[in-house]
Design a protein around this ligand. Structure first.
Ligand code: DGJ
Length: 721
């Protein structure tokens, strides 16, 4: 059993394979945090901490006490996990333990994405009931421990048990108190076209945080942070990961207190958020997934990869290899007709591509990005035989047909907007700022959601559509909703996300055979929340192979390869103007879900035959690539090279990737010491007669010969013999 409660010491212990998480109820019925890390036997609460003893000095000082879900208003001056306002205007509260329940399995989170179990034996759940006696506020902390993963999921439910209204001002999903601040904080930060770059900083006194106030999880900050002990590397050292299963505004922060403690908090961003609870109403926070690794960053990533791939992603495609696609966006942008698309499709079929995706520009009168979002009917000028006609022709060529949509948006120049100008997110009487010439539809409204579910469902039934790219190309401004009362306006952003989850839940479950890929101007909503509904995500609008090294390397900290769309595109690259070889582009793409995004009809026959060969190799390797275990070896953030490996679960087969960004003069070869393979086995390098011992590759390494030139790459395939 992974969860124990010891009645005599009032201690909860949560165990997974090599991890322990310990809490206890103190003499004042307060839920305190004791320990999180490797399993230890015989943990005694009074051995744990000096701070504990100091806290219970002549006056109770909560600032010294590690707590599980800290409140605001008493002697803890650090950031609280929650804050509420009662009808008398007061904002002070205090939670005391009232009971708990331990059971097998994991409950669903109402209306929100979350990890799940397929049988109750896979996990155990602990619910701890806390109460603010004066304000009659009930708070349930839910913890689930998975048998197989070094992960705990946490979420919180508030219940108004008073006859009066309670306003929630802050409701984070988790808070963890560490006794020291001897950590480096890791975050995945960036911008459009350079998402999820790894940023590391040493903790200092005060608050260090990342957040989104954009209405989406964002290109700029991913809803994830980690704390790593100093000197932690990819395979050694303690790492604590915090990943929020949410696609909207979030906050993740670490506060270093006056006694060099570190408090991590993560959840919905309290900025411009509040939620009114009527008597007996409840509020559920999103889930956060916390992980512990004693095996450095690779250990952390593999826990997230396996858990998210197998118990967050859902549906028919979860365990299926994904099709190789060609998308017409960078090939044509808005300028296409049926003939052009069919030419691309024929060229795609000839090289072995399996799915043709029609991107933006097929609907309304959309010849540029300044019109027609909301008008989801086909533009007969471009596609005279409609979507159905085109899909049939694509199918006849021997490809599946996929379609791009952006259902959350509306162009002011559209029939939908002319009919319903109040259907967008806006504040009455204020300017509606455009971004990419568009506004955001108000998915907090039931009528807007109903309309969109019906419209998109009709569209998906109108042709043989096997794949959908669900895009979202702007952040929210002037956030407000016409239908919410004044005192609930600050609920809009969260209600939008709940509404979005509802819409995509209905649509994805009504079309279980359609493969959905989420997208937000590239990777602007690349988060676990979207992964629950859509089993792959367009990683970034930046398709340059060298830029992708950083983007895909950073993304791999939390997210598995099978989630990442990666496309071979044209040179000079459209985002950075760089010329890279087809080999380098192919090797980057062959680390994730392969696709193409260029006009295949314009390639030379030499380029086409190279592409054909790579596609056929990818087909042989794709199960390994999409479902294998990912190990990072060399970071493009640390130098001029990048390297990683993908290894099957049984360690019988692996791929080794090496990239050298710029050519260097008069330099030696690179030696890579491999990770994750069996030191007992021997491995043959495919395509040669060379056999290497797994121990040799692990301890002595393998030489990557020095070659001249920029943007060089190598992909080696080894099989055990
Ligand atoms: C942003 C996406 O990331 C692109 O791939 C493309 O679909 C455009 N939107 C189309 O407007």
């Amino acid at each position: 059993m992974p969860i124990y409660f010891d009645e005599s010491t009032k201690t909860f212990n949560l165990f997974s394979r090599d991890m322990q998480y310990t809490m206890y109820i103190d003499k004042n019925d307060r839920l305190c945090h004791a320990y999180w890390g490797r399993k230890i036997k015989g943990l005694k609460i009074d051995h744990i901490t000096d701070l504990y003893k100091m806290a219970y000095g002549p006056n109770l000082s909560l600032e010294l006490l590690p707590q599980e879900y800290p409140a605001y208003g008493a002697t803890d001056f650090r950031a609280p996990a929650y804050q509420v306002q009662f009808e008398d205007g007061s904002t002070v509260s205090d939670l005391k333990y009232t009971g708990h329940k331990i059971y097998n399995g994991k409950p669903k989170l109402d209306g929100m994405p979350a990890t799940y179990v397929e049988s109750d034996g896979e996990a155990q759940t602990l619910e701890i009931y806390l109460n603010d006696v004066v304000g009659k506020l009930g708070v349930t902390l839910t913890y689930t421990v998975f048998e197989k993963f070094q992960a705990i999921t946490r979420s919180v439910k508030f219940k108004n048990e008073s006859p009066q209204k309670i306003r929630i001002l802050r409701a984070l999903s988790a808070s963890v108190d560490f006794e020291d601040d001897d950590f480096v904080m890791i975050q995945l930060s960036g911008a459009w076209a350079r998402e999820r770059h790894i940023v590391k900083r040493h903790l200092v006194s005060g608050i260090q945080s990342i957040e989104s106030r954009r209405g989406a999880s964002s290109h700029q900050q991913n809803p994830f942070i980690a704390l790593a002990k100093k000197d932690t590397n990819e395979s050694e050292g303690d790492v604590y990961g915090f990943s929020l299963v949410y696609s909207g505004n979030f906050l993740a922060q670490v506060e270093v207190g006056q006694y060099e403690t570190a408090r991590v908090s993560i959840g919905i961003n309290p900025f411009d958020f509040s939620w009114l609870l009527e008597p007996l109403e409840t509020f559920q926070t999103p889930e956060t997934v916390i992980t512990y690794s004693s095996e450095g960053f690779n250990g952390m990533s593999q826990t997230y990869h396996k858990l998210y791939r197998s118990r967050l992603a859902r549906g028919k495609y979860r365990d299926m290899v994904r099709p190789i696609l060609v998308n017409n966006w960078e090939a044509t942008y808005f300028n296409f007709n049926e003939e052009k698309l069919l030419d691309i499709a024929k060229a795609a079929k000839a090289v072995g591509i399996e799915l043709f995706v029609l991107d933006d520009g097929w609907f309304g009168r959309r010849d540029a990005d300044n019109s027609s979002l909301g008008d989801w009917f086909v533009d007969r000028r471009k596609l005279p035989e409609g979507l159905n006609g085109l899909a049939k022709k694509i199918n006849d060529i021997g490809l599946q047909f996929g379609l791009w949509i952006e259902p959350e948006m509306v162009s002011p120049n559209s029939d939908l907007y002319r009919l319903h100008p109040d259907w967008c997110i806006h504040v009455k009487g204020r300017e509606r700022n455009l971004s990419r010439n568009q506004l955001v539809l108000d998915f907090s409204r039931q009528d807007v959601r109903d309309y969109m579910v019906e419209t998109i469902s009709k569209l998906l039934r109108s042709a043989n559509i096997s794949y959908v790219k669900w895009d979202m190309n702007r952040n929210m401004t002037e956030i407000g909703s016409d239908l919410l009362p004044d005192d609930r306006q600050r609920e809009t952003a969260h209600r939008y996300i709940l509404g979005l989850y509802n819409v995509i839940d209905v649509i994805t479950s009504s079309f279980p055979d359609v493969l959905f890929e989420s997208c937000a101007g590239g990777g602007g909503r690349f988060d676990p929340g979207m992964f629950y509904y859509m089993p792959q995500t367009w990683t970034s609008d930046d398709t340059d192979a060298m830029e992708r090294l950083k983007i895909q390397y950073g993304t791999s900290y939390v997210y598995p390869q099978i989630m990442m769309g990666s496309h071979i595109s044209d040179i000079p690259n459209h985002q950075v103007g760089r010329m890279t070889s087809i080999d380098a582009r192919a090797h980057v793409v062959m680390s994730a879900n392969m696709g193409f995004e260029l006009d295949l009809t314009k390639l030379s026959s030499d380029e086409k035959s190279k592409i054909k060969a790579y596609i056929s190799e990818y087909k042989k390797l794709r199960k390994l690539i999409q479902f294998g275990n990912f190990y990072r070896l060399l970071s493009p953030f640390d130098g001029n090279e990048a390297a990683w490996m993908i290894i099957d679960e049984e360690k019988n087969e692996f791929l080794l990737y090496h990239f050298k960004i710029l050519g260097t003069p008069n330099s030696k070869s690179t030696r890579l010491r491999l990770k994750g393979i069996s030191t007992e086995k021997n491995y043959k390098l495919e395509g040669t007669d060379e056999i290497y011992g797994g121990d040799e590759l692990t301890f002595e390494g393998i030489t990557i010969p020095h070659t001249l030139g920029d943007f060089k790459s190598v992909l080696m395939h080894f099989k055990s013999v």
